[in-house]
Design a protein around this ligand. Structure first.
Ligand code: OXD
Ligand code: MN
Length: 595
Protein backbone atom coordinates (compact mmCIF):
# COMPACT_ATOMS: atom_id res chain seq x y z
CA UNK A 1 0.00 0.00 0.00
CA UNK A 2 1.42 3.38 -1.00
CA UNK A 3 -0.32 5.33 1.79
CA UNK A 4 -0.92 4.22 5.33
CA UNK A 5 -4.61 3.84 6.19
CA UNK A 6 -5.26 4.91 9.77
CA UNK A 7 -9.06 4.89 9.73
CA UNK A 8 -10.25 1.74 11.45
CA UNK A 9 -13.47 1.29 9.49
CA UNK A 10 -11.59 1.79 6.20
CA UNK A 11 -8.84 -0.58 7.23
CA UNK A 12 -11.34 -3.32 8.01
CA UNK A 13 -13.32 -2.66 4.83
CA UNK A 14 -10.25 -2.84 2.58
CA UNK A 15 -9.24 -6.13 4.21
CA UNK A 16 -12.76 -7.55 3.77
CA UNK A 17 -13.00 -6.55 0.10
CA UNK A 18 -9.50 -7.85 -0.59
CA UNK A 19 -10.50 -11.24 0.76
CA UNK A 20 -13.68 -11.35 -1.31
CA UNK A 21 -12.44 -9.84 -4.60
CA UNK A 22 -8.89 -11.24 -4.53
CA UNK A 23 -7.06 -8.48 -6.43
CA UNK A 24 -3.41 -8.92 -7.41
CA UNK A 25 -2.49 -5.59 -5.80
CA UNK A 26 -3.95 -2.74 -3.77
CA UNK A 27 -3.27 0.92 -4.49
CA UNK A 28 -4.45 3.81 -2.30
CA UNK A 29 -5.02 6.90 -4.42
CA UNK A 30 -3.73 10.32 -3.39
CA UNK A 31 -5.42 12.41 -6.10
CA UNK A 32 -2.14 13.91 -7.33
CA UNK A 33 -1.41 15.03 -10.87
CA UNK A 34 1.38 12.48 -11.04
CA UNK A 35 -1.07 9.72 -10.15
CA UNK A 36 -3.46 10.86 -12.89
CA UNK A 37 -0.69 10.91 -15.46
CA UNK A 38 0.70 7.51 -14.56
CA UNK A 39 -2.80 5.97 -14.50
CA UNK A 40 -3.49 7.45 -17.93
CA UNK A 41 -0.17 6.11 -19.20
CA UNK A 42 -1.22 2.64 -18.08
CA UNK A 43 -4.48 3.06 -19.96
CA UNK A 44 -2.59 4.15 -23.09
CA UNK A 45 -0.18 1.22 -22.80
CA UNK A 46 -3.02 -1.25 -22.45
CA UNK A 47 -4.76 0.15 -25.54
CA UNK A 48 -7.79 1.50 -23.65
CA UNK A 49 -6.97 5.19 -24.12
CA UNK A 50 -6.07 6.94 -27.36
CA UNK A 51 -4.15 10.20 -26.84
CA UNK A 52 -5.55 12.96 -29.05
CA UNK A 53 -2.92 14.74 -31.13
CA UNK A 54 -5.10 17.82 -31.51
CA UNK A 55 -6.08 18.31 -27.87
CA UNK A 56 -3.47 18.68 -25.19
CA UNK A 57 -3.53 16.03 -22.50
CA UNK A 58 -6.83 14.61 -23.80
CA UNK A 59 -7.80 11.01 -24.40
CA UNK A 60 -10.47 9.00 -26.14
CA UNK A 61 -11.99 5.82 -24.74
CA UNK A 62 -14.33 3.43 -26.54
CA UNK A 63 -16.60 1.40 -24.32
CA UNK A 64 -17.94 -2.05 -24.99
CA UNK A 65 -21.06 -1.60 -27.16
CA UNK A 66 -23.16 -3.12 -24.36
CA UNK A 67 -21.90 -0.61 -21.76
CA UNK A 68 -22.87 2.82 -23.03
CA UNK A 69 -25.28 4.36 -20.50
CA UNK A 70 -26.83 4.09 -17.07
CA UNK A 71 -28.73 0.85 -16.62
CA UNK A 72 -31.93 1.81 -14.81
CA UNK A 73 -33.38 -1.70 -15.13
CA UNK A 74 -30.40 -3.04 -13.19
CA UNK A 75 -30.36 -0.28 -10.55
CA UNK A 76 -31.69 -1.18 -7.09
CA UNK A 77 -32.73 0.60 -3.93
CA UNK A 78 -32.46 -2.16 -1.37
CA UNK A 79 -34.33 -1.32 1.83
CA UNK A 80 -35.67 -3.73 4.44
CA UNK A 81 -39.23 -3.25 3.21
CA UNK A 82 -40.11 -2.71 -0.44
CA UNK A 83 -42.44 0.11 0.55
CA UNK A 84 -39.46 2.22 1.61
CA UNK A 85 -37.99 2.00 -1.92
CA UNK A 86 -41.37 2.82 -3.44
CA UNK A 87 -42.84 2.31 -6.90
CA UNK A 88 -40.17 4.19 -8.88
CA UNK A 89 -37.30 1.93 -7.80
CA UNK A 90 -36.31 -1.67 -8.46
CA UNK A 91 -36.13 -3.53 -5.20
CA UNK A 92 -34.61 -6.74 -3.89
CA UNK A 93 -34.31 -7.37 -0.13
CA UNK A 94 -30.82 -6.51 1.21
CA UNK A 95 -29.87 -10.05 2.28
CA UNK A 96 -30.89 -11.54 -1.06
CA UNK A 97 -29.22 -8.84 -3.15
CA UNK A 98 -26.04 -9.00 -1.10
CA UNK A 99 -26.04 -12.78 -1.49
CA UNK A 100 -26.28 -12.53 -5.29
CA UNK A 101 -23.65 -9.81 -5.46
CA UNK A 102 -21.22 -11.48 -3.04
CA UNK A 103 -21.18 -14.48 -5.37
CA UNK A 104 -20.35 -12.17 -8.26
CA UNK A 105 -17.69 -10.27 -6.29
CA UNK A 106 -15.91 -13.53 -5.33
CA UNK A 107 -12.54 -13.38 -7.10
CA UNK A 108 -13.80 -10.65 -9.46
CA UNK A 109 -10.59 -8.59 -9.23
CA UNK A 110 -8.19 -11.45 -9.98
CA UNK A 111 -5.43 -10.27 -12.29
CA UNK A 112 -6.27 -6.63 -11.54
CA UNK A 113 -5.33 -3.86 -9.11
CA UNK A 114 -7.84 -2.74 -6.50
CA UNK A 115 -7.83 1.06 -6.29
CA UNK A 116 -8.97 2.74 -3.09
CA UNK A 117 -10.21 6.21 -4.01
CA UNK A 118 -10.81 8.64 -1.10
CA UNK A 119 -13.06 11.49 -2.31
CA UNK A 120 -15.12 14.37 -1.05
CA UNK A 121 -18.41 15.47 -2.56
CA UNK A 122 -18.35 19.19 -1.93
CA UNK A 123 -15.27 21.20 -0.96
CA UNK A 124 -13.07 19.18 1.43
CA UNK A 125 -14.01 20.12 4.95
CA UNK A 126 -17.17 22.09 4.00
CA UNK A 127 -20.00 21.50 6.49
CA UNK A 128 -22.14 20.46 3.50
CA UNK A 129 -19.58 17.99 2.09
CA UNK A 130 -19.71 14.19 2.41
CA UNK A 131 -16.81 11.78 2.27
CA UNK A 132 -16.91 8.64 0.18
CA UNK A 133 -14.36 5.94 -0.49
CA UNK A 134 -14.70 4.11 -3.78
CA UNK A 135 -12.99 0.77 -4.19
CA UNK A 136 -12.72 -0.01 -7.89
CA UNK A 137 -10.73 -2.26 -10.20
CA UNK A 138 -10.99 0.24 -13.06
CA UNK A 139 -8.20 2.75 -13.74
CA UNK A 140 -10.68 4.56 -16.07
CA UNK A 141 -12.82 5.14 -12.97
CA UNK A 142 -9.80 6.51 -11.09
CA UNK A 143 -8.98 9.15 -13.72
CA UNK A 144 -12.62 10.18 -14.12
CA UNK A 145 -13.06 10.42 -10.34
CA UNK A 146 -10.03 12.73 -10.26
CA UNK A 147 -11.95 15.19 -12.44
CA UNK A 148 -15.49 14.66 -11.13
CA UNK A 149 -14.82 14.59 -7.38
CA UNK A 150 -12.15 15.83 -4.98
CA UNK A 151 -9.84 12.81 -4.74
CA UNK A 152 -7.16 13.52 -2.17
CA UNK A 153 -5.07 12.06 0.63
CA UNK A 154 -6.40 15.04 2.63
CA UNK A 155 -9.70 13.17 2.74
CA UNK A 156 -7.99 10.35 4.63
CA UNK A 157 -6.41 12.87 7.00
CA UNK A 158 -9.81 14.39 7.63
CA UNK A 159 -11.25 10.95 8.40
CA UNK A 160 -8.69 10.40 11.13
CA UNK A 161 -8.86 7.07 12.92
CA UNK A 162 -12.60 6.93 13.47
CA UNK A 163 -14.30 9.32 11.05
CA UNK A 164 -17.19 7.99 8.96
CA UNK A 165 -17.45 7.66 5.17
CA UNK A 166 -19.78 6.20 2.57
CA UNK A 167 -18.33 2.94 1.22
CA UNK A 168 -18.75 2.64 -2.57
CA UNK A 169 -17.70 -0.74 -3.93
CA UNK A 170 -17.24 -1.08 -7.67
CA UNK A 171 -15.99 -3.83 -9.91
CA UNK A 172 -16.16 -4.06 -13.68
CA UNK A 173 -16.74 -7.78 -13.15
CA UNK A 174 -14.05 -9.06 -15.49
CA UNK A 175 -11.33 -11.02 -13.67
CA UNK A 176 -8.26 -12.01 -15.65
CA UNK A 177 -6.86 -15.53 -15.60
CA UNK A 178 -3.04 -15.78 -15.54
CA UNK A 179 -1.79 -14.97 -19.03
CA UNK A 180 -5.23 -13.88 -20.27
CA UNK A 181 -5.06 -10.83 -22.54
CA UNK A 182 -7.26 -7.95 -21.42
CA UNK A 183 -9.82 -6.36 -23.72
CA UNK A 184 -10.11 -2.63 -24.43
CA UNK A 185 -13.18 -2.12 -22.22
CA UNK A 186 -13.68 -5.04 -19.82
CA UNK A 187 -17.16 -5.36 -18.26
CA UNK A 188 -19.72 -8.04 -17.39
CA UNK A 189 -22.75 -9.04 -19.47
CA UNK A 190 -25.92 -7.05 -18.87
CA UNK A 191 -27.64 -9.74 -16.78
CA UNK A 192 -24.74 -9.59 -14.33
CA UNK A 193 -24.75 -5.82 -13.96
CA UNK A 194 -26.04 -4.53 -10.63
CA UNK A 195 -26.04 -0.94 -9.40
CA UNK A 196 -27.21 -1.39 -5.82
CA UNK A 197 -27.86 1.06 -3.01
CA UNK A 198 -28.48 0.27 0.63
CA UNK A 199 -29.69 3.64 1.96
CA UNK A 200 -30.36 2.31 5.47
CA UNK A 201 -26.62 1.78 5.88
CA UNK A 202 -25.31 4.41 3.41
CA UNK A 203 -23.71 1.75 1.24
CA UNK A 204 -23.22 1.37 -2.53
CA UNK A 205 -22.34 -1.82 -4.42
CA UNK A 206 -21.88 -1.65 -8.18
CA UNK A 207 -20.91 -4.58 -10.38
CA UNK A 208 -20.37 -5.23 -14.06
CA UNK A 209 -20.31 -1.81 -15.72
CA UNK A 210 -17.48 0.66 -16.28
CA UNK A 211 -19.67 3.46 -17.60
CA UNK A 212 -20.45 6.88 -16.15
CA UNK A 213 -23.22 6.89 -13.59
CA UNK A 214 -22.87 3.11 -13.09
CA UNK A 215 -19.22 3.33 -12.13
CA UNK A 216 -18.31 6.85 -10.98
CA UNK A 217 -20.09 6.22 -7.72
CA UNK A 218 -19.76 9.74 -6.29
CA UNK A 219 -22.22 11.05 -8.85
CA UNK A 220 -25.66 9.47 -9.23
CA UNK A 221 -25.19 6.76 -6.58
CA UNK A 222 -23.80 8.84 -3.71
CA UNK A 223 -24.67 12.47 -4.50
CA UNK A 224 -28.25 11.65 -5.53
CA UNK A 225 -29.57 8.25 -4.44
CA UNK A 226 -27.82 7.88 -1.08
CA UNK A 227 -27.72 11.65 -0.44
CA UNK A 228 -31.46 12.07 -1.14
CA UNK A 229 -32.22 9.47 1.54
CA UNK A 230 -29.82 11.18 3.96
CA UNK A 231 -31.33 14.56 3.09
CA UNK A 232 -34.82 13.29 3.89
CA UNK A 233 -33.64 12.04 7.28
CA UNK A 234 -31.66 15.21 8.04
CA UNK A 235 -33.95 17.90 6.60
CA UNK A 236 -32.17 19.07 3.43
CA UNK A 237 -32.42 18.36 -0.31
CA UNK A 238 -30.21 16.47 -2.79
CA UNK A 239 -31.46 17.27 -6.27
CA UNK A 240 -30.79 16.56 -9.95
CA UNK A 241 -30.33 20.27 -10.63
CA UNK A 242 -27.94 22.67 -12.30
CA UNK A 243 -27.03 25.81 -10.37
CA UNK A 244 -26.35 29.14 -12.04
CA UNK A 245 -25.91 32.78 -11.13
CA UNK A 246 -27.61 35.27 -13.40
CA UNK A 247 -26.63 38.93 -13.11
CA UNK A 248 -28.87 41.66 -14.53
CA UNK A 249 -27.54 44.76 -16.30
CA UNK A 250 -28.14 46.60 -13.00
CA UNK A 251 -25.82 44.16 -11.25
CA UNK A 252 -28.49 42.28 -9.30
CA UNK A 253 -27.68 38.59 -8.77
CA UNK A 254 -30.21 35.78 -9.02
CA UNK A 255 -29.35 32.19 -8.18
CA UNK A 256 -31.29 29.58 -10.09
CA UNK A 257 -31.49 25.82 -9.55
CA UNK A 258 -33.12 23.90 -12.40
CA UNK A 259 -34.14 20.26 -12.73
CA UNK A 260 -34.46 18.69 -16.17
CA UNK A 261 -34.20 15.00 -16.99
CA UNK A 262 -30.94 13.61 -18.38
CA UNK A 263 -29.85 15.00 -21.76
CA UNK A 264 -32.43 17.82 -21.79
CA UNK A 265 -29.93 20.69 -21.84
CA UNK A 266 -28.91 21.23 -18.20
CA UNK A 267 -25.27 21.70 -19.20
CA UNK A 268 -26.27 24.13 -21.98
CA UNK A 269 -28.36 26.25 -19.63
CA UNK A 270 -25.76 26.16 -16.85
CA UNK A 271 -23.10 27.63 -19.18
CA UNK A 272 -25.30 29.87 -21.29
CA UNK A 273 -24.02 33.08 -22.89
CA UNK A 274 -27.16 35.24 -22.72
CA UNK A 275 -28.25 36.78 -26.01
CA UNK A 276 -29.75 39.69 -24.04
CA UNK A 277 -27.32 42.57 -23.72
CA UNK A 278 -25.98 43.27 -20.26
CA UNK A 279 -27.08 39.95 -18.70
CA UNK A 280 -24.40 37.58 -17.43
CA UNK A 281 -24.67 33.89 -16.60
CA UNK A 282 -22.12 32.05 -14.47
CA UNK A 283 -22.03 28.33 -13.90
CA UNK A 284 -21.93 26.80 -10.43
CA UNK A 285 -22.91 23.26 -11.40
CA UNK A 286 -24.55 21.39 -14.28
CA UNK A 287 -26.07 18.27 -12.72
CA UNK A 288 -26.44 18.04 -8.95
CA UNK A 289 -27.36 20.48 -6.17
CA UNK A 290 -27.30 19.93 -2.41
CA UNK A 291 -29.51 22.48 -0.69
CA UNK A 292 -29.71 23.34 2.99
CA UNK A 293 -31.57 25.97 4.97
CA UNK A 294 -28.87 28.40 6.15
CA UNK A 295 -28.98 30.54 9.33
CA UNK A 296 -30.48 33.37 7.19
CA UNK A 297 -33.53 31.12 6.68
CA UNK A 298 -32.88 30.78 2.94
CA UNK A 299 -32.06 27.69 0.93
CA UNK A 300 -28.34 27.64 0.05
CA UNK A 301 -26.97 25.34 -2.63
CA UNK A 302 -23.60 23.75 -3.34
CA UNK A 303 -22.51 21.69 -6.32
CA UNK A 304 -21.05 18.53 -4.75
CA UNK A 305 -19.16 17.64 -7.94
CA UNK A 306 -15.95 19.15 -9.26
CA UNK A 307 -16.32 18.39 -12.96
CA UNK A 308 -18.69 17.93 -15.88
CA UNK A 309 -19.63 14.57 -17.35
CA UNK A 310 -21.50 16.10 -20.25
CA UNK A 311 -23.28 14.68 -23.27
CA UNK A 312 -21.09 15.44 -26.31
CA UNK A 313 -23.45 15.03 -29.32
CA UNK A 314 -25.28 18.27 -30.01
CA UNK A 315 -22.62 20.35 -28.23
CA UNK A 316 -21.18 22.98 -30.58
CA UNK A 317 -20.01 26.58 -30.69
CA UNK A 318 -23.60 27.45 -31.64
CA UNK A 319 -25.32 25.53 -28.83
CA UNK A 320 -22.82 25.72 -25.99
CA UNK A 321 -19.63 27.67 -26.74
CA UNK A 322 -18.55 27.62 -23.09
CA UNK A 323 -18.67 23.82 -23.00
CA UNK A 324 -16.63 23.74 -26.23
CA UNK A 325 -14.01 25.95 -24.58
CA UNK A 326 -14.13 23.82 -21.41
CA UNK A 327 -13.12 20.74 -23.41
CA UNK A 328 -10.15 22.18 -25.30
CA UNK A 329 -7.58 20.33 -23.16
CA UNK A 330 -7.24 17.94 -20.20
CA UNK A 331 -10.38 16.03 -21.17
CA UNK A 332 -11.48 12.42 -21.12
CA UNK A 333 -13.78 11.62 -24.05
CA UNK A 334 -15.83 8.44 -24.12
CA UNK A 335 -17.52 6.99 -27.22
CA UNK A 336 -16.86 9.99 -29.46
CA UNK A 337 -15.59 9.50 -33.02
CA UNK A 338 -11.90 9.99 -33.92
CA UNK A 339 -10.82 12.22 -36.81
CA UNK A 340 -7.93 11.35 -39.13
CA UNK A 341 -5.80 14.15 -37.68
CA UNK A 342 -6.28 12.97 -34.10
CA UNK A 343 -9.21 14.93 -32.72
CA UNK A 344 -12.66 13.97 -31.46
CA UNK A 345 -15.87 14.51 -33.39
CA UNK A 346 -19.55 14.03 -32.70
CA UNK A 347 -22.87 14.62 -34.41
CA UNK A 348 -23.91 18.25 -34.12
CA UNK A 349 -20.37 19.51 -33.46
CA UNK A 350 -20.09 21.38 -36.77
CA UNK A 351 -22.10 21.81 -39.94
CA UNK A 352 -19.60 20.09 -42.19
CA UNK A 353 -19.22 16.32 -42.03
CA UNK A 354 -15.65 14.99 -42.12
CA UNK A 355 -14.99 12.73 -45.10
CA UNK A 356 -13.61 9.97 -42.87
CA UNK A 357 -13.69 9.06 -39.19
CA UNK A 358 -13.18 6.11 -36.90
CA UNK A 359 -16.55 5.67 -35.22
CA UNK A 360 -17.16 4.96 -31.53
CA UNK A 361 -17.00 1.23 -32.21
CA UNK A 362 -13.56 1.59 -33.82
CA UNK A 363 -14.77 1.11 -37.41
CA UNK A 364 -14.22 3.27 -40.48
CA UNK A 365 -16.98 5.83 -40.97
CA UNK A 366 -17.84 8.04 -43.96
CA UNK A 367 -20.81 10.37 -44.51
CA UNK A 368 -22.46 7.47 -46.39
CA UNK A 369 -22.41 5.30 -43.26
CA UNK A 370 -25.85 4.68 -41.84
CA UNK A 371 -24.98 4.72 -38.15
CA UNK A 372 -23.88 7.75 -36.13
CA UNK A 373 -20.11 8.19 -35.76
CA UNK A 374 -20.36 9.04 -32.05
CA UNK A 375 -22.70 7.24 -29.67
CA UNK A 376 -25.75 9.37 -28.81
CA UNK A 377 -24.66 9.22 -25.15
CA UNK A 378 -20.97 9.93 -25.85
CA UNK A 379 -19.49 12.02 -23.05
CA UNK A 380 -16.75 14.44 -22.10
CA UNK A 381 -15.26 14.58 -18.61
CA UNK A 382 -13.61 17.89 -17.73
CA UNK A 383 -12.73 19.69 -14.53
CA UNK A 384 -15.15 22.52 -13.68
CA UNK A 385 -12.31 25.02 -13.26
CA UNK A 386 -11.74 24.86 -17.03
CA UNK A 387 -15.14 26.39 -17.78
CA UNK A 388 -14.64 30.02 -18.85
CA UNK A 389 -17.88 31.04 -17.11
CA UNK A 390 -17.37 29.13 -13.89
CA UNK A 391 -18.60 31.32 -11.02
CA UNK A 392 -15.94 32.53 -8.58
CA UNK A 393 -18.19 31.20 -5.79
CA UNK A 394 -18.60 27.71 -7.23
CA UNK A 395 -16.56 26.24 -4.37
CA UNK A 396 -17.89 28.52 -1.65
CA UNK A 397 -18.42 26.06 1.21
CA UNK A 398 -21.50 28.02 2.34
CA UNK A 399 -23.15 27.70 -1.09
CA UNK A 400 -25.27 30.33 -2.83
CA UNK A 401 -28.80 31.43 -1.82
CA UNK A 402 -31.38 30.09 -4.28
CA UNK A 403 -34.05 32.53 -5.52
CA UNK A 404 -35.65 30.43 -8.23
CA UNK A 405 -36.43 26.78 -8.95
CA UNK A 406 -37.15 25.74 -12.51
CA UNK A 407 -38.59 22.39 -13.58
CA UNK A 408 -38.97 21.21 -17.13
CA UNK A 409 -38.62 18.49 -19.69
CA UNK A 410 -38.68 17.74 -23.36
CA UNK A 411 -42.24 18.05 -24.68
CA UNK A 412 -42.92 18.53 -28.37
CA UNK A 413 -46.53 19.55 -27.62
CA UNK A 414 -48.96 20.63 -24.86
CA UNK A 415 -46.55 22.45 -22.50
CA UNK A 416 -45.92 26.20 -23.08
CA UNK A 417 -42.49 27.85 -23.08
CA UNK A 418 -42.77 29.11 -19.50
CA UNK A 419 -45.25 29.44 -16.66
CA UNK A 420 -45.09 30.24 -12.98
CA UNK A 421 -46.53 28.22 -10.13
CA UNK A 422 -49.32 29.87 -8.13
CA UNK A 423 -47.67 28.84 -4.85
CA UNK A 424 -45.04 26.50 -3.34
CA UNK A 425 -47.70 23.74 -3.17
CA UNK A 426 -48.57 24.23 -6.82
CA UNK A 427 -44.84 24.25 -7.62
CA UNK A 428 -44.42 20.90 -5.90
CA UNK A 429 -47.31 19.64 -8.05
CA UNK A 430 -45.48 20.88 -11.17
CA UNK A 431 -42.31 19.07 -10.07
CA UNK A 432 -44.24 15.92 -9.17
CA UNK A 433 -45.98 15.76 -12.56
CA UNK A 434 -42.99 16.75 -14.72
CA UNK A 435 -42.79 14.62 -17.83
CA UNK A 436 -40.33 14.28 -20.66
CA UNK A 437 -39.67 12.35 -23.82
CA UNK A 438 -36.91 9.84 -23.07
CA UNK A 439 -33.32 10.29 -24.35
CA UNK A 440 -30.22 8.17 -24.86
CA UNK A 441 -28.82 8.89 -21.37
CA UNK A 442 -30.29 5.64 -20.12
CA UNK A 443 -30.49 2.31 -21.89
CA UNK A 444 -34.02 1.86 -23.27
CA UNK A 445 -36.41 3.25 -25.88
CA UNK A 446 -35.87 6.88 -26.91
CA UNK A 447 -38.76 9.32 -27.44
CA UNK A 448 -41.44 7.83 -25.16
CA UNK A 449 -43.19 10.16 -22.75
CA UNK A 450 -42.48 9.34 -19.15
CA UNK A 451 -43.35 11.10 -15.91
CA UNK A 452 -40.05 12.03 -14.35
CA UNK A 453 -40.93 13.83 -11.10
CA UNK A 454 -38.39 16.55 -10.28
CA UNK A 455 -36.14 14.80 -12.89
CA UNK A 456 -35.44 12.43 -9.97
CA UNK A 457 -37.22 9.26 -11.12
CA UNK A 458 -33.94 7.39 -11.69
CA UNK A 459 -32.21 9.02 -8.73
CA UNK A 460 -34.50 9.16 -5.69
CA UNK A 461 -33.13 6.78 -3.06
CA UNK A 462 -36.42 6.25 -1.21
CA UNK A 463 -40.19 6.21 -1.70
CA UNK A 464 -41.02 9.08 -4.02
CA UNK A 465 -44.34 9.68 -2.25
CA UNK A 466 -42.31 10.55 0.85
CA UNK A 467 -40.02 12.67 -1.31
CA UNK A 468 -43.01 14.79 -2.41
CA UNK A 469 -44.00 15.18 1.25
CA UNK A 470 -40.42 16.19 2.07
CA UNK A 471 -40.70 19.01 -0.50
CA UNK A 472 -43.94 20.20 1.13
CA UNK A 473 -42.23 20.10 4.54
CA UNK A 474 -39.27 22.10 3.25
CA UNK A 475 -41.70 24.70 1.87
CA UNK A 476 -43.32 25.00 5.29
CA UNK A 477 -39.94 25.51 6.97
CA UNK A 478 -38.89 28.11 4.40
CA UNK A 479 -42.16 30.04 4.53
CA UNK A 480 -41.85 33.43 2.82
CA UNK A 481 -38.15 32.75 2.12
CA UNK A 482 -38.94 29.85 -0.21
CA UNK A 483 -37.68 30.20 -3.80
CA UNK A 484 -40.33 30.86 -6.47
CA UNK A 485 -41.09 27.94 -8.78
CA UNK A 486 -41.38 27.98 -12.59
CA UNK A 487 -41.83 25.40 -15.36
CA UNK A 488 -40.21 25.66 -18.81
CA UNK A 489 -40.27 23.75 -22.09
CA UNK A 490 -37.70 24.71 -24.72
CA UNK A 491 -38.73 21.87 -27.01
CA UNK A 492 -42.27 22.65 -28.23
CA UNK A 493 -42.73 22.05 -31.96
CA UNK A 494 -45.10 23.50 -34.53
CA UNK A 495 -47.68 21.42 -36.40
CA UNK A 496 -45.09 20.95 -39.16
CA UNK A 497 -42.50 19.57 -36.73
CA UNK A 498 -40.18 22.59 -36.33
CA UNK A 499 -38.93 23.87 -32.97
CA UNK A 500 -40.90 26.99 -32.09
CA UNK A 501 -38.28 28.48 -29.78
CA UNK A 502 -34.61 29.10 -30.70
CA UNK A 503 -33.43 27.98 -27.23
CA UNK A 504 -29.82 28.11 -25.99
CA UNK A 505 -28.65 31.72 -25.52
CA UNK A 506 -32.18 32.96 -26.14
CA UNK A 507 -33.36 31.10 -23.06
CA UNK A 508 -31.96 34.16 -21.26
CA UNK A 509 -35.15 35.91 -22.37
CA UNK A 510 -37.19 33.46 -20.37
CA UNK A 511 -34.86 33.80 -17.38
CA UNK A 512 -35.20 37.59 -17.55
CA UNK A 513 -39.01 37.28 -17.41
CA UNK A 514 -38.64 34.94 -14.43
CA UNK A 515 -36.36 37.44 -12.61
CA UNK A 516 -38.79 40.27 -13.27
CA UNK A 517 -41.61 38.18 -11.84
CA UNK A 518 -39.54 37.40 -8.75
CA UNK A 519 -38.88 41.11 -8.29
CA UNK A 520 -42.59 41.85 -8.70
CA UNK A 521 -41.77 44.21 -11.58
CA UNK A 522 -44.38 42.79 -13.96
CA UNK A 523 -47.76 41.10 -13.80
CA UNK A 524 -48.77 37.77 -15.35
CA UNK A 525 -51.77 36.22 -17.01
CA UNK A 526 -53.80 33.74 -15.06
CA UNK A 527 -54.33 30.43 -16.82
CA UNK A 528 -55.64 27.03 -15.77
CA UNK A 529 -52.10 25.66 -15.47
CA UNK A 530 -50.28 28.62 -13.92
CA UNK A 531 -49.20 32.20 -14.53
CA UNK A 532 -48.17 33.03 -18.10
CA UNK A 533 -46.25 36.04 -19.47
CA UNK A 534 -48.47 38.96 -20.40
CA UNK A 535 -48.20 39.89 -24.04
CA UNK A 536 -45.15 42.08 -24.55
CA UNK A 537 -43.45 41.12 -21.27
CA UNK A 538 -41.15 38.48 -22.72
CA UNK A 539 -38.18 40.38 -24.18
CA UNK A 540 -38.07 39.32 -27.84
CA UNK A 541 -35.96 42.24 -29.05
CA UNK A 542 -33.75 41.29 -31.95
CA UNK A 543 -35.54 37.98 -32.55
CA UNK A 544 -37.32 37.36 -35.82
CA UNK A 545 -40.12 35.17 -34.54
CA UNK A 546 -43.52 35.18 -36.23
CA UNK A 547 -46.24 36.31 -33.87
CA UNK A 548 -48.14 33.07 -34.69
CA UNK A 549 -45.14 31.08 -33.47
CA UNK A 550 -45.12 32.99 -30.19
CA UNK A 551 -48.83 32.40 -29.78
CA UNK A 552 -48.42 28.68 -30.47
CA UNK A 553 -45.45 28.51 -28.10
CA UNK A 554 -47.42 30.11 -25.27
CA UNK A 555 -50.78 28.52 -25.95
CA UNK A 556 -52.53 26.46 -23.32
CA UNK A 557 -55.01 24.16 -24.98
CA UNK A 558 -57.58 23.18 -22.38
CA UNK A 559 -58.53 19.98 -24.22
CA UNK A 560 -54.91 18.85 -24.48
CA UNK A 561 -54.46 19.53 -20.77
CA UNK A 562 -57.66 17.68 -19.90
CA UNK A 563 -56.23 14.75 -21.85
CA UNK A 564 -53.17 14.81 -19.53
CA UNK A 565 -55.29 14.30 -16.41
CA UNK A 566 -55.81 10.51 -16.65
CA UNK A 567 -52.05 10.04 -17.04
CA UNK A 568 -51.36 12.24 -14.01
CA UNK A 569 -53.99 10.31 -12.03
CA UNK A 570 -52.42 6.98 -13.03
CA UNK A 571 -48.99 8.34 -12.12
CA UNK A 572 -50.26 9.49 -8.70
CA UNK A 573 -52.08 6.19 -8.13
CA UNK A 574 -48.75 4.35 -8.19
CA UNK A 575 -47.82 6.07 -4.90
CA UNK A 576 -50.98 4.80 -3.23
CA UNK A 577 -51.10 5.73 0.48
CA UNK A 578 -47.77 7.55 0.32
CA UNK A 579 -49.15 10.20 -2.03
CA UNK A 580 -49.47 13.44 -0.02
CA UNK A 581 -53.07 14.67 0.21
CA UNK A 582 -51.83 18.08 -0.96
CA UNK A 583 -50.97 16.61 -4.37
CA UNK A 584 -54.47 15.15 -4.73
CA UNK A 585 -55.85 18.58 -3.83
CA UNK A 586 -53.66 20.22 -6.46
CA UNK A 587 -54.88 17.77 -9.08
CA UNK A 588 -58.51 18.51 -8.19
CA UNK A 589 -57.85 22.24 -8.37
CA UNK A 590 -56.29 21.85 -11.81
CA UNK A 591 -59.30 19.80 -12.93
CA UNK A 592 -61.64 22.57 -11.71
CA UNK A 593 -59.63 25.29 -13.40
CA UNK A 594 -59.71 23.37 -16.68
CA UNK A 595 -63.51 23.30 -16.33
C1 OXD B 1 -26.11 12.26 -16.24
C2 OXD B 1 -27.47 11.71 -16.37
O1 OXD B 1 -25.13 11.61 -16.64
O2 OXD B 1 -28.40 12.34 -15.86
O3 OXD B 1 -26.00 13.37 -15.70
O4 OXD B 1 -27.64 10.65 -16.99
MN1 MN C 1 -27.80 14.05 -14.79
Amino acid sequence: MSIEVKNMKLHAWIAEIKTICQPDAIYICDGSRQEYDSMMQKLIDSGSATPLKKRKNSFLFRSDPSDVARVEDRTYISTTSQDEAGPTNNWVAPAELKGIMKDLYKGCMKGRTMYVIPFSMGPIGSPMAKIGIEISDSPYVVVNMHLMTRVSSKVLELLGTDGDFIPCLHSIGAPLEPGQKDVQWPCAPIEQKYISHFPEENLIWSYGSGYGGNALLGKKCLALRIASAMAKREGWLAEHMLILRLTSPEGKQYHIAAAFPSACGKTNLAMMLPSLKGWKCECIGDDIAWLKIAPDGRLHAINPESGFFGVAPGTSYATNPMAMDTVRENVIFTNCALTDDGDVWWEGMEAELPSHLIDWKGHDWTPESKADAAHANARFTAHASQCPVICKDWENPAGVPIDIFIFGGRRTSVVPLVYEAFSWEHGVFLGATAASETTAANIGAVGNLRRDPFAMKPFCGYNMGDYFQHWFNMGEKLGSKAPKIFYVNWFRKSQDGKFLWPGFSDNSRVLKWICERVDGKIGAENSAIGLLPNEGDLDLSGLTLQSESIKELMSVNVDEWKAELPDIEAHFATFDKRLPAKLKDQLEELRKRLG
